[in-house]
Design a protein around this ligand. Structure first.
Ligand code: HEM
Length: 403
């Protein structure tokens, strides 16, 4: 194995201060320790039982949200889909990784609800709701904090007042009452070889890595399908075929393999709108590439949109064309042209789980709901740091009209 390009960050001082460097996977440059953690991680989140459970869990969380949509949305039914997506994936990933429930979806619903409709819904435990809202914000702050502590040296963060204030906010953000150190008790027998600190590092990464990314791909899919009704209709045909025998049943893990068009939609959305646009590596030894000598610690920035939208690699790359992932004749030659999951040894270890979740979410939403963009002329609004996040995706949500 070639471990020359394993490092993501050359000067990890800031990240050490933040307490995230050298633990878990994402920012771990100690190859043996990373290998050990990665094996633990992959084996935990890719087993058949875990993936089957995630089908049930995703639908359970979605059903809870549907209840809020049915009875709680205001009469105009206009709402921000990107916020629902984030809340959903927070609830799903926390339940899957820790076995405990969070209330991010309920918390978002309460934040936007006014009036008496609320009373028709279940009573919420206020303390848990507040804690979930804090937790959701803490994940977003965690991702932002990694950027901030990587790019701004200690003296800037300490001496410049606005930076000092941001640093304080980031360091104080993850103060929820819920500690994840007690979670290891659930699986005590499997945790023996890992220290508590390692377990915490892995759990935090699973939570942080799985929330934003999946939520954004889901939001981007809603945006693109609103602009391409023919593609949405074809996707619905595939979904309806699955349920044609028994309309009211739930989606099962075995159904997922029939969702070929749905998978192609997810890939095409991720090609035109990469949620992780920058993949970085540093070399730990000098190297020669394309007859150029690269010294140790050179930063290689792989810009995913530069590959995804390049006409040397893709036929008419500006066209939103789901068939390019279905029709073999349209398949591109060459490896690593879709960088949705990164590549090489550090390729996303949560990709199977993410694909299962995304398929379940897309089936759940298009099976029963019509989602329209409030402003069809508005471009997709995004904020970009380590991930590109959908923002303020205003939609109208209505129960599906079956023709
Ligand atoms: C659609 C959803 C997702 C996307 C688009 C995505 C994308 C990525 C990308 C591009 C990388 C960097 C790979 C590289 O550097 O080559 C990555 C790494 C990572 N992802 Fe994901 N991811 C997703 C979901 C998840 C989920 C659900 C989890 C956890 C359960 C997860 C956990 C991680 C971790 C821990 C790493 C670091 C791996 C390492 O350094 O060894 N991701 N992901």
């Amino acid at each position: 194995m070639d471990y020359k390009y394993m490092a993501r960050i050359p000067n990890p001082e800031g990240l050490k201060e933040l307490g995230v460097f050298g633990k878990g996977l994402l920012l771990n440059h100690d190859i043996n320790n990373w290998k050990f953690n990665r094996q633990f991680f992959v084996q935990s989140v890719s087993t058949l039982n875990f993936l089957k459970e995630s089908v049930n869990c995703t639908q359970m969380v979605f059903n809870e949200m549907e209840e809020y949509w049915r009875f709680g949305l205001e009469d105009d039914n206009i709402t921000d889909f990107s916020e629902w997506s984030h809340s959903l994936t927070t609830d799903i990933i926390f339940q899957m990784i820790t076995g405990k429930k969070t209330w991010a979806t309920a918390s978002y619903f309460l934040a936007i609800s006014r009036g008496s409709k609320l009373e028709r819904l279940q009573k919420f435990d206020e303390k848990l709701i507040k804690e979930s809202s804090k937790l959701s914000k803490a994940f977003q702050m965690f991702i932002m904090g990694m950027d901030f502590f990587t790019f701004f040296p200690q003296w800037v963060r300490s001496c410049v007042p606005t930076f000092r204030a941001s640093q304080k906010e980031i360091l104080e953000a993850p103060n929820t009452d819920r500690t994840i150190s007690d979670i290891k008790d659930i699986n005590q027998e499997y945790t023996e070889p890992l220290t508590d600190e390692e377990i915490r590092g892995i759990l935090i990464e699973a939570l942080a890595g799985g929330v934003d990314t999946t939520a954004n791909v889901f939001s981007f899919t809603i945006y693109y399908l609103a602009h391409y009704p023919d593609i949405k209709d074809r996707l619905r045909q595939e979904i309806d075929n699955i349920f044609s025998q028994k309309e009211n049943r739930s989606l099962t893990y075995d159904d997922l393999s029939s969702l070929v068009y749905c998978e192609a939609v997810i890939k095409e959305v991720s090609r035109v709108m990469a949620t992780a646009p920058f993949i970085t590596r540093f070399n730990s030894e000098p190297d020669s590439i394309e007859n150029i000598e690269w010294g140790t610690n050179t930063r290689f920035l792989i810009f995913a949109p530069g590959v995804h939208l390049n006409k040397d690699y893709w036929d008419v790359p500006e066209k939103f064309d789901v068939d390019r992932f279905i029709d073999e004749k349209k398949q591109q030659n060459g490896k690593n042209l879709l960088l949705m999951w990164g590549g090489g040894l550090r390729q996303c270890p949560g990709r199977r789980l993410a694909m299962v979740e995304l398929k379940c979410l897309i089936v759940s939403v298009f099976r029963n709901w019509d989602i329209e963009l409030v402003d069809m002329n508005s471009p997709l609004k995004c904020e970009t740091s380590i991930v590109r996040s959908a923002k303020d995706l205003k939609v109208k949500i209505k129960p599906r009209k079956v023709m």
